[in-house]
Design a binder for this molecule. Structure first.
Ligand code: HDD
Length: 682
């Protein structure tokens, strides 16, 4: 096992991991000592009805290993899923940063990305209303760089010292460990009402952003202000963004709750399948840059992690692309054991004094010590850099490297003072020499005290449908809160954001609504609304409801045109097996009405066939639910009759008629619109 790897080229990490993988197929079974095993079904006993013997080392080894299989789950972000990929910068960012992986557009850097929910346990449903983690490890030639972000650009708190309180309040309540993977409970909202810096992030958490359609369709944000430092030592403040090429899309809350039951692995399945099918998820890296000298030119403090930089004021410069193109071989070895840390930086990227970031710089390594069992977690294959690493750190549980020679200290003469340090101009990391002075105080800057302006900016930027969803989310969450006082405190708090909002949910939870007041902040940032995102149809899943005796001529061209756009068709029928059309065409059924559900699809196409009443009854339920979730629905032939119900007739996003080019184009357009919010849904 060497630390060396092909440092150039896209597969340096893959090559390195290859050395640690094992394929057990076709091999002889042995103990961990390499002894060939003769029997693996019966423990060694004194007589075939007698007690098991202590001497049975094979039994003991097998059982002991099993007994120790589990490690503590992450304190937060326990439920996650990851994939390998590559990153490439479009053009050199030399002007701003000397980070090597951002300087050379011919270079591809291997990455490993883990997406997660925050609150739930390892086995919880993936469609919880929650922020999503979006953590990227770049295996650069200068060492690992971790961008440990979320899909929400701001955070609940301004100082890391409050993180344990936030997490205690958010997690299931300690006396009965309920509710799982949910913020809809008293302690969370009690924390919010009594820590009002959370207002902005709560707005995001109550918005559609907190229930993404897919990991492939959500943005990522580094959240904090970091620094870019160039070769001349000049520093700029920077915020990092990931922009999904497919756009940012969400599901609706009723759907999210049902998906959690029908398919709690919905997001990981979606990511896994996209990669297996060669539909590689892509995200562009964007940066917002503020020169250091402009630090105080804004109406927010750039160090405050509850503030975003409006994209209309500080444009997001798109600088590169990440493609996820390989699933893991083993979830535990890779996804579970990967250890991210915002403090893993490379020359050219540095920190700001954001007090949340400063605290994170302690917490991440600390947590790995208990989670991964000691200080050698950097030697786990997934965590190893692809460049060589040498220092005088030694020993500890699970040490794998065999360091030769007597010297493990610095300075020394026996090894000519090696491993040696590297001056900055040759690539050694030097912390940015920022001048700081002040009194030691436990305090927060006055410039951090405006908790509501950007929460209102977010509200103002939402479409009518998005505003309605936010009101509904508050109504749901506070509807689950038992304390009247907490409900009232939250109404009071969010009246500071917008009285329309506070009135909206106060009414739903039976609290006296506040009097109407004009919003103090009138500014909006259109980039914050998902209405303005990229539309896409590729990889969208359409349920085709079809029975025996379907109209071959009708559907073949529709199928072809949809597939050409990268749309995935899955046939749902009464039973599995083969369906035969009127003219003899044959299709295999993918799912039955029992195993599929409209919540697992983006759109429905009803083809029908010569089927009985029960088929059409199930088909009707399927499309009614899709309709209620604002999804595109199309029907031809026998299927059309199902759309003749009053509420569906002529509704937006409902396409019917005979098959023609127009019909398919209209359906594709309806799929691209994602959801049809202007539809009247009971
Ligand atoms: Fe954190 C995990 C993101 C604030 C302490 N965090 C963790 C993960 C992500 C984030 C994506 C999962 C990484 C993975 O997939 O393994 N965390 C954030 C963001 C924050 C943030 C975007 C605010 C901007 N976190 C934050 C604070 C602290 C922590 C203020 C403590 C001071 N976070 C942790 C942790 C975790 C973690 C306890 C749990 C497991 C782990 O680190 O490896 O140390």
């Amino acid at each position: 096992m060497s630390h060396q790897s092909n440092v150039n080229g896209s597969n340096s990490k893959k090559d390195q991991l290859e050395q640690f993988t094992s394929d057990d197929r076709g091999k002889k079974m042995t103990t961990n000592q390499g002894l060939q095993v003769e029997e693996d079904e019966f423990s060694l006993k004194a007589g075939d009805r007698g007690p098991t013997l202590m001497e049975d080392f094979h039994f003991r080894e097998k059982m002991t290993h099993f007994d120790h299989e589990r490690i503590p789950e992450r304190a937060v972000h326990a439920r996650g899923f990851a994939a390998h990929g590559e990153f490439q910068v479009y053009e050199s960012m030399k002007e701003f940063t000397k980070a090597d992986f951002l300087n050379d557009s011919s270079k591809t850097t291997p990455v490993f990305v883990r997406f997660s929910t925050v609150a739930g346990s390892k086995g919880s449903g993936e469609l919880a209303r929650d922020a999503r983690g979006f953590a990227t490890k770049f295996y650069t030639d200068q060492g690992n760089y971790d961008l440990v972000g979320n899909n929400i650009p701001v955070f609940f708190i301004q100082d890391a010292i409050k993180f344990p309180d936030l997490v205690h309040a958010l997690k299931p309540e300690p006396h009965n460990e309920m509710p799982q993977a949910a913020s809809a409970h008293d302690t969370f909202w009690d924390f919010i009402a009594n820590n009002q810096e959370s207002a902005h992030m709560v707005m995001w958490a109550m918005s559609d952003r907190a229930i993404p359609r897919s990991f492939r369709m959500m943005e990522g944000f580094g959240v904090h202000t970091f620094r870019f430092v160039n070769e001349e030592g000049k520093s700029h403040f920077v915020k990092f963004h990931w922009k999904p090429v497919l756009g940012t899309h969400s599901v609706v809350w009723d759907e999210a709750q049902k998906i959690n039951g029908k398919d709690p692995d919905f997001h990981r399945g979606d990511l896994w399948n996209a990669i297996e099918n060669g539909d590689y998820p892509e995200y562009e890296l964007g940066v917002q840059i503020i020169p250091e000298e402009d630090e105080f030119k804004f109406d927010f403090d750039v160090l405050d992690p509850t503030k975003l930089w409006p994209e209309e004021d500080i444009p997001v410069k798109i600088v590169g692309k990440m493609t996820l193109n390989r699933n893991v071989d083993n979830v535990f070895a890779e996804t579970e054991q990967v250890a991210f840390h915002p403090g893993h930086v490379v020359p050219g990227i540095d920190f700001s004094n954001d007090p949340l970031l400063q605290g994170r710089l302690f917490s991440y390594t600390d947590t790995q010590l208990i989670r991964l069992g000691g200080p050698n977690f950097h030697e786990l294959p997934i965590n190893r850099p692809v460049c060589p690493f040498h220092n005088n750190q030694r020993d500890g549980y699970g040490r794998q490297t065999i360091n030769r020679g007597p010297v493990s200290y610095h300075n020394n003469s026996l090894a000519q003072n090696t491993p040696e340090t590297t001056p900055e101009h040759q690539g050694g990391f030097k912390h940015y020499e920022e001048k700081v002075e002040g009194y030691k105080v436990r305090a927060r800057s006055e410039s951090f005290k405006d908790h509501f302006s950007q929460a209102t900016l977010f509200w103002n930027s939402m479409s009518d449908a998005e505003k309605e969803h936010i009101i509904n989310a508050f109504s749901f969450e506070l509807g689950k809160v038992e304390s009247r006082s907490i409900q009232e405190q939250v109404v009071d708090m969010f009246a500071n954001v917008s009285t329309d909002l506070a009135q909206g949910f106060a009414e739903a939870i039976g609290v006296e609504p506040p009097a109407h007041k004009e919003n103090r902040v009138t500014k909006a940032s259109p980039a914050l609304s998902q209405e303005n995102t990229v539309q896409s149809v590729t990889t969208r899943k359409v349920a085709v409801i079809m029975g025996d005796g379907f109209q071959d001529t009708e559907i073949l061209t529709v199928f072809d045109q949809l597939k050409q756009k990268g749309i995935k068709l899955e046939i749902v029928s009464s039973k599995l097996g083969k369906l035969t059309g009127k003219d003899g065409a044959e299709y295999q059924v993918d799912h039955t009405f029992l195993t599929a559900d409209s919540v697992l699809f983006d759109a429905v196409y009803v083809v029908g066939g010569n089927e009985d009443k029960s088929f059409y009854k199930k088909a009707a339920l399927f499309i009614h639910e899709a309709f209620a979730h604002y999804k595109p629905i199309a029907a031809t032939a026998e299927g059309e009759k199902l759309l003749e119900v009053d509420e569906m007739k002529d509704s937006p996003g409902v396409v019917r008629g005979t098959v023609s080019k127009n019909f398919t184009e209209e359906f594709i357009e309806a799929i691209a619109s994602h959801r049809h919010w202007n539809r009247k849904v009971m």
